[in-house]
Design a protein around this ligand. Structure first.
Ligand SMILES: *[C@@H]1O[C@H](CO)[C@@H](O)[C@H](O)[C@H]1NC(C)=O
Ligand SMILES: *[C@@H]1O[C@H](CO)[C@@H](O)[C@H](O)[C@H]1NC(C)=O
Ligand SMILES: *[C@@H]1O[C@H](CO)[C@@H](O)[C@H](O)[C@H]1NC(C)=O
Ligand SMILES: *[C@@H]1O[C@H](CO)[C@@H](O)[C@H](O)[C@H]1NC(C)=O
Ligand SMILES: *[C@@H]1O[C@H](CO)[C@@H](O)[C@H](O)[C@H]1NC(C)=O
Ligand SMILES: [Zn+2]
Length: 460
């Protein structure tokens, strides 16, 4: 009784709060509702299973939940946020890590010094395409939106400032959306649960429950605010993240200076993926690192596995170190963080989730997974801009959409095949029985046999 009452309430709520799809799928951006993309940094996919998050559940119960996204290597914040908005692997968009060195220009990149267009210009993020097609884009601190990429600066944006509240980020974005009808794409970045995940480690279930409760409250703030501003049910909303988090510990440290002479190498980036430039004899440095620790893989740039999509860029350093899950690489110091990410992108602990809601999306639909680069062609479709060449696939995501008949089509084809099989079976049975009844040879027996031959390919 209680369950059906809850379901009923849910259906009423879904019905009341969603308008009919606007439906012009062939139209350009002008016919499409705005899209709001929200990232809660470091939201590991399985937090959804381990913690009670009522607002998030309410959000996707009327929309779509993708339980797990396969993100890109390295599983860090900047590379993955740029992949989400470009559909490109790190080697193709050029933001390979939080710390980079470019040997051609002799320049250095860090998160604190990241606004030189040089680092970002290899890709064209969706917000630039949106503005180039005559619409506007807005952003609250999404990595890269403060940069003049492809000669394009956003007017509706604010620069990174962790002190600005979620409410202010959201309120200013929706202010722009309501004020200017040509705003088609808005992106919002929020620091949690990444910050707490690093500080306490994801296995501290008390602290993680507290911060996830806070994040869930923010989803409540988001739904209430969109209701109050009349945008709920009229715009499409995607809530996702860049990567997960795993527990680290003092007894899982790999100290490089124990293996190689400190002045024989330069560290560009350290953990859990190290980017190393040998300063003396390359081969000696490589050999010493290779035998350093059995929980650290060591690759020469050209030997990096293709599946990582990481070696085809000048910013990939000559030697790449990869710590096993939960292991931390240091030069010689202590453990920097209790939780970390950046590890191999096949590890489930590195995967984020995705939830979506709005007129374009199905209601109460669940998918197990897709690749985070597939989000880009989906978003281009939603806002009506032509996607740039990318590594994603719209075919992987179309089932999320209410106007894409992917499953129904499969069902229909299945039904037709099923009916054909039944009909053929009955025909065969019928003929078999008929053949039994008739004792004398029949002039048309051969003709019927030929008919049967024709039927066979249908059955296969
Ligand atoms: C859909 O959009 C296209 C392009 O803007 C327009 O030509 C067409 O008339 C629209 N169709 C409907 C049914 O509104
Ligand atoms: C930022 O990086 C650029 C390019 O490497 C460099 O020229 C500049 O000095 C750096 N600025 C700071 C404050 O470190
Ligand atoms: C960049 O934009 C400025 C101002 O709109 C323009 O003068 C300049 O030619 C553009 N540069 C490129 C490379 O497109
Ligand atoms: C948000 O908008 C308000 C009102 O226009 C403005 O005062 C405030 O500075 C904006 N916040 C940011 C972070 O730009
Ligand atoms: C990813 O997409 C870019 C742009 O189309 C392309 O250059 C690159 O080869 C693709 N990578 C893979 C592994 O297909
Ligand atoms: Zn982080």
């Amino acid at each position: 009784m209680q369950i059906s009452g809850y379901l009923f309430a849910l259906l009423v709520w879904c019905g009341l709060t969603s308008s009919a799809p606007t439906g012009n799928e062939t139209g350009s951006g002008g016919d499409k509702p705005p899209l709001l993309l929200v990232s809660f940094d470091g939201f590991r996919a399985d937090y959804l299973k381990k913690y009670t998050l009522p607002n998030l559940e309410k959000f996707f119960s009327c929309g779509v939940l993708v339980k797990e996204l396969t993100n890109v290597f390295i599983t860090k914040t900047f590379p993955n946020h740029y992949s989400l908005v470009t559909g490109l692997y790190a080697e193709s968009h050029g933001i390979l890590a939080s710390m980079m060195y470019d040997p051609v220009s002799n320049m250095n990149f860090s998160i604190q010094n990241s606004s030189d267009p040089f680092w970002w210009n290899k890709a064209k993020p969706i917000w630039v395409s949106v503005e180039e097609s005559g619409y506007r884009a807005a952003s609250a601190m999404w990595p890269g939106t403060n940069v003049k990429i492809q000669n394009h600066t956003l007017e509706y944006k604010f620069d990174y400032d962790p002190k600005v509240s979620f409410r202010e980020r959201l309120g200013n974005l929706t202010g722009w959306i309501t004020k200017n009808k040509s705003v088609k794409f808005a992106s919002l970045y929020w620091e949690e649960p990444d910050r707490s995940g690093h500080q306490y480690g994801p296995e501290d279930s008390t602290e993680m429950a507290r911060v996830l409760q806070e994040v869930d409250n923010l989803v409540g703030v988001l739904m209430d605010h969109l209701n109050e501003t009349g945008l709920w049910g009229k715009i499409n909303i995607i809530i996702t993240s860049d990567h997960g988090m795993t527990q680290c510990s003092e007894d899982r440290l790999i100290k490089l200076d124990n293996c190689v002479s400190p002045d024989s190498y330069r560290v560009v980036d350290l953990t859990p993926v190290g980017a190393i430039i040998p300063l003396t004899d390359n081969l000696t440095v490589y050999k010493n690192l290779s035998s350093c620790h059995n929980h650290m893989k060591v690759y020469l740039k050209d030997d990096l596995p293709d599946r990582l999509h990481y070696k085809n860029n000048v910013r990939t350093q000559p030697i790449i170190l990869m710590a096993d899950e939960g292991w931390t690489i240091v030069k010689n110091g202590r453990l920097p963080r209790l939780g970390d990410h950046g590890y191999d992108n096949t590890l489930p602990s590195m995967h984020p989730f995705l939830a979506a809601q709005g007129p374009a999306f199905r209601k109460g639909y669940k998918m197990s997974s897709f690749n985070s680069v597939d989000l880009y062609p989906l978003m281009c479709h939603l806002v009506g801009v032509l996607p740039e060449p990318n590594n994603g696939s719209f075919a992987h995501v179309r089932c999320m959409l209410v106007n894409e008949q992917c499953n129904e089509l499969a069902l229909a084809v299945g039904a037709v095949i099923g009916v054909l099989i039944i009909l053929t079976t009955f025909t065969c049975l019928f003929r078999l029985m008929k053949n039994r009844d008739v004792s004398s040879p029949r002039p048309f027996a051969r003709l019927e046999l030929e008919d049967d031959d024709d039927d066979e390919p249908l059955l296969q």
